[in-house]
Design a protein around this ligand. Structure first.
Ligand SMILES: [Zn+2]
Length: 100
């Protein structure tokens, strides 16, 4: 008795999680875009040298466009603001502006 049964098999050779070999990430280039229409979230890689203005939802086909005051769809619908916003830049300040 006393045999503890675990649902998942335990690997005995090494850690369960792959080691993260992130090369000193200064900016986050992965953002999760959430469609305001259907709620579908997709992980997208952001371009570092340009703002992506449009994004088509893969679920419902809605063309996402930045909200007023935002420079790209990542700022409006993404989990992470676009790279130009992540670095201090006076031209792209996201200051929780009152919309409507
Ligand atoms: Zn959608």
């Amino acid at each position: 008795m006393g045999t503890v049964r675990i649902g998942a098999p335990v690997t005995s050779d090494g850690p369960a999680w792959p080691e993260r070999d992130a090369p000193s990430v200064a900016k986050i280039l992965q953002s999760t875009l959430t469609c305001p229409e259907c709620g579908f979230a997709s992980s997208e890689t952001m371009p570092t040298d340009a703002c992506q203005y449009y994004h088509e939802c893969q679920a419902c086909g809605l063309l996402l466009k930045p909200l007023e005051g935002d420079c790209c769809v990542f700022c409006s619908y993404g989990s992470v603001p676009c790279p130009p916003v992540q670095v201090p830049q006076p031209s792209c300040i996201d200051d929780d502006q009152a919309r409507d």
